[in-house]
Design a protein. Structure first.
Length: 327
């Protein structure tokens, strides 16, 4: 992992991956289009630390631009690609499925194509626990068919997984597909539960809870980064194809997250109970045995500790939305 291309490199998870790679001595090119799905200023804050490194280059552009992706590969000549660029968000995908198809399927295809053209550059391809839907037994195992996605987001990510396998089959492209489970932590997207709940608690606004029994396998971002880099080593050492869950393996009812956040910020939470959206799963729960066996993945941050780290970052970091509002 001497030279790494990270797509979506200014985003939540990707920016943490970039920072860790730089810490390990890699040269990193980040490709990001600063899409306004959420405030691009937050993504600009995400890359401040990386931009202080002489081994970091930021390319502003879209993975849907095939010519740009080709030029980026030719310029940085990566020996590993971490493909994290995506159109995220389960509910939003119901409103704009065409955009999700374009980014998550055709964007991924552009990256796969260039990896093959340059001789088979190993790829870590980010996917999601959403591909499992509601028809998979708990805990979710990677061998499950995952053929009944509940949202366009999940369907497009599953499609990108299948295309990645096809490219492995046809061209022996080494691929590690990584299914993330409800990632949270510093730099978290504002549309995700932890950030949304925090804003509501601090502003005294009601929190709409989508089903009393809804459970999520909340996974702290540092554990996810450890998994990504472990998978990167695995895929770089051979020419295989593997699908790996990266989760905490301890699903928690969402109300418990709300209680922890309220306690951490010293405020009460006004919870309004609603119905689970048709596009959302009732539960997400990862079996991580395959990732542990392949590259030693062992998540270590419990939800209580992760919420404390989130709250400290939110209150004290110059990267946080709170700090941006104070300026």
């Amino acid at each position: 992992m001497n030279t790494v291309l990270v797509t979506g490199g200014a985003g939540f998870i990707a920016s943490h991956v970039v920072d860790r790679l730089l810490d390990q001595g890699a040269a990193v090119t980040a490709l990001d289009n600063f899409d306004p799905y959420y405030d691009p200023a937050q993504k600009r804050r995400n890359v401040r630390a990386a931009q202080r490194s002489a081994r970091y280059q930021l390319v502003e552009g879209d993975v849907c631009d095939a010519a740009l992706v080709e030029r980026t590969f030719d310029a940085c000549r990566p020996d590993l690609v971490v493909h994290l660029a995506a159109r995220a968000g389960v509910r939003a995908s119901v409103e704009d499925p065409a955009r999700y198809l374009m980014v998550n399927e055709l964007g991924a295809l552009n990256v796969l194509t260039q990896a093959v053209r340059r001789g088979g550059v190993p790829i870590c391809l980010a996917s999601t626990s959403s591909v499992y839907g509601n028809s998979t037994a708990v805990p979710f195992d990677e061998a499950a068919v995952a053929a009944e996605p509940l949202s366009p987001y999940a369907a497009t990510k599953r499609a990108s997984e299948l295309m990645a396998y096809t490219y492995h089959y046809l061209y022996q492209l080494p691929v590690a597909v990584l299914r993330f489970f409800t990632v949270y932590g510093p730099r978290g997207r504002p549309d995700m539960a932890v950030a949304k709940f925090t804003e509501s608690i601090l502003n005294g606004a009601p929190i709409r809870l989508h089903g009393e029994d809804t459970q999520r396998d909340f996974t702290f971002v540092d554990d996810i980064v450890n998994g990504v880099l472990g998978a990167a080593r695995w895929v770089s050492e051979g020419r295989g194809f593997g699908t790996f869950n990266l989760g905490r393996s301890q699903p928690v009812v969402v109300r418990r997250l709300i209680e922890l956040l309220a306690a951490e910020f010293g405020k009460s939470a006004d919870v309004v109970l609603g119905q689970l959206e048709p596009s959302e799963s009732l539960i997400t729960a990862a079996s991580t045995a395959r990732a542990e066996a392949a590259f030693g993945y062992q998540p270590s941050v419990p939800l209580e500790e992760g919420v404390k780290r989130w709250a400290t970052w939110y209150r004290e970091s110059e990267e946080s939305p709170a700090a941006a509002l104070e300026k």
